[in-house]
Design a protein around this ligand. Structure first.
Ligand SMILES: [Fe+2]
Length: 385
């Protein structure tokens, strides 16, 4: 059995951000809290969003307090502001942290009287909370990686425990304008691109894949393989940005159905314990995931090997050859190793306990125990220095 989702309309194309006001009006928004981060505010993109909203007669207030990994404290702060100004809608504009914070604010503001932030972000599928509907939202990504504009989850950090948690909330519309990513720095381009790549990989090896997410994930991988190095070398290449924007959004739609799993459990462990950016963690763990899964289920990776232009003469050589090809790709686009970042092998291995506790890892088609996860994490350090 398969389940496909069509979560919200996606308005895609260069210049589409200028239609934000018309899209917001159609959704009945009258007073928007625009959620962004200071670095994005400096690019002038939020001004374009504001201008478009104002031209459509919609009031706008701005919250630019977003921080990396979307701490719960910023969700509370933003919700307080949304309530005090009487906002009836939230627009997230920025990278993954801005979008997830905006989604979290939209849900918390309508539920804060009855539910603590802790309860809201520690989603328990066995015992789901009955929550009031969130304020209406539009998500406008300015990077090509997160896919959060097309998923039903906001990843929020519990600042007491440093755990990456999640709540169920989705956008009413997404505006994916590839031109917003023109000129984005080489490192952020590489990190976010590999986040999207890891979403695709984990879709393919999920215990519940489906033909919809497989098709989108493979198309997205193909675009990332071809265009991510181009965008890293030439941040203003329009064709590369166009394809990476599609790739990131397709990957988001794909993992909305098929779900990320052991790779993200490991990336979250590295992020929560060693505070490395999410995209680096995703890039570094993906070869370990491929090696594990391709050994047990080589048929999943035939098309991926073709995308990487590999000549595979036997299924036995597929896992190592493909994992090494992804490591070479990481090196080509400038992903640093854990050693480059100043971490020891022991520090990397110390994150295994956290990864083991991340239940999302059970979504992988190949089960893992502590020994398997330790081996996968050791490869993150040993096989990429
Ligand atoms: Fe991710």
């Amino acid at each position: 059995m398969s389940r496909y989702s069509q979560l919200c309309p996606v308005y895609f194309g260069p210049g589409e951000v200028n239609n934000t006001g018309a899209i917001a009006k159609e959704l009945g928004m009258t007073h928007v809290l625009l959620v962004t981060e200071k670095a994005i505010a400096e690019t002038g993109i939020p001004e374009r969003v504001m201008d478009s909203l104002l031209q459509s007669g919609i009031k706008v207030s701005i919250y630019d307090g977003v921080k990396m990994d979307a701490p719960d404290t910023t969700v509370m702060e933003g919700a307080q502001l949304a309530e005090s100004i009487g906002a009836d809608a939230v627009i997230g504009c920025g990278g993954g942290s801005s979008l997830d914070t905006a989604k979290g604010i939209a849900l918390y503001v309508t539920n804060k009287k009855n539910v603590t932030i802790k309860k809201m972000i520690h989603f328990d599928p066995a015992n789901p909370l009955i929550l009031a509907p969130a304020l209406k939202t539009i998500m406008i990504p300015t990077t090509s990686g997160t896919g959060s504009e097309s998923t039903f989850v906001a990843v929020i950090t519990d600042t007491e425990t440093h755990q990456k948690c999640g709540c169920i909330v989705w956008a009413n519309a997404a505006i994916v304008d590839p031109d917003l990513t023109l000129g984005l720095g080489k490192t952020i381009t590489a990190y976010t691109g590999m986040d999207a790549f890891s979403h695709c990989n984990e879709c393919l090896c999920n215990v519940m894949p489906n033909p919809h997410s497989d098709t989108l994930a493979l198309s997205s991988m193909e675009r990332i393989y071809k265009w991510l190095p181009v965008a890293v070398d030439d941040p203003n290449c329009k064709e590369a940005r166009y394809n990476l924007a599609i790739a990131s959004n397709f990957a988001g739609i794909a993992f909305q159905d098929s779900q990320v799993n052991v790779g993200h459990a490991m990336a979250h462990a590295l992020g929560a314990r060693l505070h490395i950016p999410h995209g680096i963690g995703c890039a570094l763990v993906t070869p370990s995931v491929i090696e594990l899964v391709a050994a047990a289920r080589p048929e999943i990776y035939g098309k991926v090997a073709e995308i990487f232009e590999l000549e595979i003469s036997s299924v036995e050589e597929l896992p190592t050859k493909l994992a090494d090809a992804v490591r070479s790709f990481n090196r080509r686009i400038g992903i640093p190793s854990m050693k480059d970042l100043g971490f020891t092998r022991e520090q990397v291995l110390s994150t295994v306990t956290y990864a083991l506790g991340e239940m999302m890892r059970m979504g992988c088609i190949v089960p893992q125990d502590e020994a398997v996860l330790t081996d996968m994490m050791a490869k993150v350090y040993d096989n990429y220095q």
